[in-house]
Design a protein around this ligand. Structure first.
Ligand code: XBP
Ligand code: MG
Length: 258
């Protein structure tokens, strides 16, 4: 039986990137007097680098050759990133970023069945609690036994470290869990940690390489909104429920009949 579900946040629980993080970065840049604008396609490219601070550093290195070196570059980036987080939290609180289809339903179903819940993400911890609070209410923060986020491990995804850290906190083996991801970097992280992984992709990640994932679906679906399956078993109910997760888990154990 599956003991725990471990969720990525950005792109998986909600489509946070295009209308959330991207907008917040641009507001922070403008506020700092920088003429940098991350439009939708450019941001798609920059998503190859996980972590906001790492993404800013990469942008300076690759897109701003004439930007003058800062006396303390790490502090400069940290300052920009702090302003970005404040803008992002404001966007969340305004309620502009809903959960993806089926997320609320599946979390409820898992809780009813006593399946443990956790989060493994590269984003800043306040961004996780801000999203949960804005979409599910403050009590939802307590539904997640462990929230692995941000700089808690030095090597962010695609390294498996954040998943391994979460497993250690929960005292679980990778084979007892299932991970939920939306991107190639996320899949690589889960696979490196040895955790079977289900993908729900989105417009930014539709062409990613999901090698190693058990299934690739449009989203988690709902009774009124069946999923589209790109790879892997088709859910009998039309949407991702605990029975389907159990089926995937059995598949990962090499026992396709469950
Ligand atoms: C998400 C990210 C994050 C966000 C920004 O990747 O890469 O960096 O874009 O968050 P994943 P911060 O979904 O694989 O965890 O600015 O707080 O770093
Ligand atoms: Mg993601």
């Amino acid at each position: 039986m599956i003991k725990a579900l471990i969720f990525d946040v950005d792109g998986t629980l909600a489509e946070t990137e295009r209308d959330g993080h991207r907008v917040a970065f641009n507001r922070a840049f403008a506020e700092a007097g920088l003429k940098w604008v991350w439009d939708v396609p450019l941001y798609g490219e920059l998503l190859a680098i996980t972590g906001g601070k790492e993404r800013i550093r990469h942008f300076i290195d690759t897109h701003q050759p004439a930007f003058p070196p800062q006396a303390d570059e790490a502090a400069f980036i940290a300052g920009l990133h702090k302003a970005k987080t404040a803008h992002y939290l404001k966007l969340l609180a305004e309620g502009g970023i809903p959960l993806r289809p089926g997320v609320r339903r599946l979390l409820g179903e898992a809780r009813t069945r006593g399946v443990r819940l956790a989060i493994a993400t590269t984003t800043t911890p306040e961004n996780v609690t801000g999203l949960l609070e804005a979409t599910l209410g403050a009590e939802a923060i307590g539904w997640f036994e462990v929230i692995g986020a941000g700089d808690i491990v030095p090597k962010k995804k695609p390294a498996g470290d954040i998943y391994t850290w979460v497993l250690e906190q929960m005292r679980l083996e990778p084979s007892e869990c299932l991970a939920f991801e939306d991107s190639a970097n996320g899949v690589r992280a889960a696979v490196e940690a040895g955790i079977p992984v289900l993908v729900t992709d989105n417009s930014y990640t539709a062409h990613d390489d999901f090698t190693g994932a058990l299934a690739v679906l449009s989203d988690l679906g709902d009774p009124s909104q069946p999923v589209t399956v790109q790879r892997g078993p088709i859910p009998a109910s039309g949407f991702v429920d605990c029975a389907y997760l159990q089926q995937l888990h059995a598949l990962a154990q090499g026992n396709p009949t469950g």
